[in-house]
Design a binder for this molecule. Structure first.
Ligand SMILES: Cc1ncc(COP(=O)(O)O)c(C=O)c1O
Length: 477
């Protein structure tokens, strides 16, 4: 080898980016991880005499999970070293048996769909309320949630995302009451909300304290934790803890990283002791978003979203659009990156999204919003009139067969244009945010193909479409 490719690639990236608003939540600030960061080999141990075992904890891992549970006020908490994706699959497969039906928010993460394939589950959807003007999935309707539970009493569990990637929140307390009224289990995918608990005066209520039965969190996204560090909280007696532990043992590596586990515990402890930093950053965020909104810039803000019919919003999520100036989210992300050395978390056709965490300094947040302001006023002066691209709601596609059957069926790779009317064999997922546009077993329609083309033309990666614009459909012959 001439060089270490990954190390040199990361070094190049770090030399180009001054400020980042992407995960992991520690933002590359080593101070927070100093004890672990400077002694990686020292802390990288294994299950042996005097250490513990994540799969059957009896010693210091048990103590760490007990302390984390105390902080979050859960009945029991588990460290998950394979990310929230693994927590979600473990929880869903633990609460169901093959053939069961679960109700999921249609804009849920792909791991929820993966759980359905692995667990051979039937899916029913609740679609979020889509706001066409702003191209955003708003909160789910609780009336529709209740209607679904009345219409399909066989539903075993309900899986909802709170907050979404865009910071949108529904009334989780009320949702829990409704789900429990019909005697179902409520699991909340709080991948984007492990910080909420630490700033309850200024942030939306945390799912752990709202009556949800199971809550999964990506500690690595919004707390200063190493990538893949996650938590699974059990918050009620409706859940069979033995089933959860069995699935976690089945799905996680048998060599869980002690560095990751140390980092999960460290991040929860750090956050618990640095709540004031989060409060301070939320206040800076609120002040700056108000300033920009007063200038006419479309930055999502809680008061405005609530006035538009949204239940709540997490004011640590910087969600900005200049689509009215004909600038796509991906273009805005590139301007921030190449002109200002600021890297955001993700972009779609309309929005650029960034994470603000307790590790950011107020100057970082000010720098981001000042750059957005500058870009806006420069672009407004620009003579070039560009076409505005609109985000489409998630399609409601017909099912030709069960997701699992389509996934395991013989398939063929065909051109996108030839796939209309055929049954998808694979997920088609714009990434990020990782929400499937098409699922295996669904019949592909022309509108969806046109929309995929628009995304590809605008630099959005679409998983499930190969570099020759081909996709996999079920081979019906
Ligand atoms: C809503 C949501 N749930 C779950 C996940 C999966 O989390 P992880 O990356 O920790 O596996 C993601 C990842 O982006 C997500 O956005």
């Amino acid at each position: 080898m001439d060089k270490l490719n990954i190390i040199s690639g990361i070094q190049k990236y770090r030399s180009e980016v001054d400020t980042n608003f992407h995960m992991p939540g520690h933002k590359g600030k080593s101070g927070i991880l100093e004890e672990i960061g400077n002694k990686l080999a020292y802390y990288d141990i294994t299950e042996t005499i005097g250490t513990d075992n994540l799969h059957y904890p009896t010693g210091f891992i048990k103590d760490a999970q007990r302390d984390i549970s105390k902080v979050y006020g859960s009945k029991k908490s588990y460290m998950v070293v394979n990310g929230t994706s693994c927590g979600i699959i473990s929880a869903i497969t633990a609460c169901t048996i093959p053939g069961d039906k679960i109700l999921v928010q249609r804009d849920c993460h792909k791991s929820v769909y993966n759980a359905c394939i692995l667990g051979d589950l039937k899916l029913d959807y609740i679609y979020p309320e889509f706001n066409k003007k702003y191209g955003l999935n708003f909160s789910i309707s609780l009336e529709k949630l209740e209607e679904k539970l009345i219409k399909a009493p066989e539903i075993k569990m309900v899986v909802l995302t709170y907050p979404t990637f865009y910071g949108i929140c529904f009334d989780v307390k009320k949702a829990a009451e409704i789900v429990h009224k019909y005697d179902k289990i409520l699991m909340i995918d709080e991948a984007h909300g492990s910080h909420l608990h630490f700033c309850q005066d200024l942030l939306p209520i945390s799912a752990e304290s709202s009556g949800a039965d199971i809550v999964t969190q990506s500690t690595h996204k919004t707390l200063p934790c190493l990538t893949q560090g996650s938590l699974l909280h059990i918050c009620s007696d409706r859940v069979d803890i033995n089933n959860i532990e069995t699935m976690l043992r089945m799905l996680q590596t048998t060599s869980p990283s002690y560095i990751l586990m140390s980092s999960i515990e460290n991040s929860v402890n750090w956050m618990d002791n640095n709540r004031n930093r989060l409060e301070r950053n939320v206040e800076v965020f609120k002040r700056k978003t108000k300033e920009l909104r007063d200038m006419g810039i479309n930055v999502l803000e809680d008061d405005w979203l609530i006035s538009q019919g949204c239940y709540d919003f997490d004011p640590t999520r910087a969600v900005v659009s200049m689509s009215e100036l004909g600038i796509t989210g991906t273009e805005l992300q590139e301007i921030l990156r190449f002109k200002y050395n600021i890297q955001m978390e993700m972009a779609d056709l309309m929005y650029t999204v960034g994470y603000i965490t307790a590790t950011d300094e107020p100057e970082d947040i000010e720098k981001l919003f000042d750059a957005i302001k500058e870009i806006y006023f420069e672009e407004i002066k620009s003579k070039e009139k560009r076409e505005i691209v609109q985000i489409e709601p998630l399609p409601n596609l017909e099912h030709a067969m069960k997701m699992r059957k389509a996934f395991y069926a013989k398939n063929v790779l065909i051109d996108m244009d030839e796939s209309i009317g055929k049954t998808a064999a694979e997920f088609i997922i714009p990434y990020p945010p990782g929400i499937p546009l098409v699922c295996p077993g669904e019949i592909i329609i022309e509108n969806t193909i046109e929309y995929i083309k628009t995304m590809l033309e605008n630099g959005i990666a679409v998983n499930g479409i190969d570099k020759n614009n081909k996709l996999r459909v079920v081979d019906m012959i």
